[in-house]
Design a protein around this ligand. Structure first.
Ligand code: NAD
Length: 315
């Protein structure tokens, strides 16, 4: 298949390079100039796995202004707040026959994609796959080959041949995809998961295992989970896991799977970039408001993360 990755950051590079290694034709499109300059100067991207085996991988890299290809599918991996700018700069090469896939965190991106792609050509997903961009021109794939897993579902919940082809290529690339049958429930389940780990580890600057091993972790997580699940029940959103399953997944992910990992929200804050908290806890609180439910814990932690951002800006 022919792919164009919109956003060649940590996740864009991981998905794109693994799809390229699985035999697909992949072009990367990015706008961060120091990253673009470094990749061109090096003749590729330095790829590591768990900080080891640093090797150069050649990639095709373009900017929105220089790309003129016609891929079967665009894969979007920008931060939520960057997406609108990317869409505007890339819209001149979008065509009606092309598909858009994304497994970005948070909510708000699908409505933006719908302005450029028809509903039957949008596929959403979620990724439990940790990846770090240590600096321009370098990416670190955390976990062994085949580590992590992802869910995917077409927006119209009717998988077609292109959705199946994407699934097959992701499977070949060892991304461990699962095709689910409820679009909003799939995406919201991951938003709720991130609303605990990303947020708490970011405001206290903790690796995930330190939160998981804290004796009060269950109570803190449960309060956020209960609010979010109550809101989804009011909104008629069918989540993929029960509350207890979500709590068990949080425990396993933090203590067993990735105890030393810092979530991507933490990585943004420590690089003085804005975090995606408004699209995660902020989104849950906003959804609550729509259904006359005051999500006071989500509102509080949204502001707590903004306070942590504010504090770092004033250091
Ligand atoms: P990223 O920040 O690595 O890259 C996104 C874009 O930002 C790219 O265009 C990149 O070139 C640019 N960028 C990176 N560092 C920059 C800097 N210092 N200044 C300016 N621009 C910079 O983002 P990502 O981690 O690939 O995340 C993409 C989406 O996937 C997000 O919604 C994220 O929450 C989600 N996600 C990330 C992970 C992960 O482990 N990284 C896992 C699951 C989901």
């Amino acid at each position: 298949m022919k792919f164009a990755m919109i956003g060649a950051g940590a996740m864009g590079l991981r998905y794109g390079i693994l799809l390229q290694e699985a035999g697909n034709d992949v072009t990367f499109i990015d706008t961060w100039q120091p990253h673009i300059d470094k990749i061109r100067e090096q003749g590729g991207v330095y790829v590591m796995r768990d900080h080891k085996d640093r090797h150069l991988t050649k990639i095709k890299l373009e900017t929105p202004e220089t790309f003129d290809g016609h891929p079967d599918m665009f894969i979007f991996f920008t931060k939520q707040m960057q997406l609108q700018d990317y869409l505007e700069r890339c819209s001149h090469f979008f065509h009606k026959d092309q598909y858009a896939f994304t497994a970005m965190n948070g909510m708000g991106h699908i409505e933006k994609l719908q302005k450029y792609f028809s509903d039957d050509k949008i596929i959403g997903g979620t990724a439990l796959i940790a990846t770090v961009l240590p600096g321009p021109g370098e990416v670190d794939f955390m976990g062994k080959r085949g580590a992590g897993m992802m869910n995917m579902c077409p927006l119209n919940e009717k998988p077609d041949a292109m959705c199946q082809a994407l699934f097959d290529q992701l499977q070949k690339a060892k991304m461990n995809p699962t095709l689910t049958d409820d679009f909003t429930g799939t995406l919201m389940t991951k938003v709720i998961f991130n609303s605990v780990i990303n947020t708490i580890c970011t405001m206290f600057e903790l690796p995930m295992g330190e939160f998981g091993n804290f004796p009060g972790a269950y109570q803190m997580g449960r309060q956020l989970i209960d609010e979010a699940y109550d809101i989804c029940a009011r909104a008629g959103i069918k989540l993929v896991s029960s509350r207890d399953e979500e709590m068990a997944a949080l425990d396993h992910n933090t203590r067993i799977d990735m105890p030393l990992h810092y979530p991507s929200m933490y990585q943004d804050m420590t690089k003085d970039r804005p975090t995606e908290v408004d699209y995660i806890n902020g989104y849950i609180a906003e959804l609550g408001r729509k259904y006359h439910y005051e999500a006071s814990t989500h509102l509080f932690v949204t502001q707590a993360v903004h306070l942590a951002e504010f504090h770092r800006q004033n250091l």
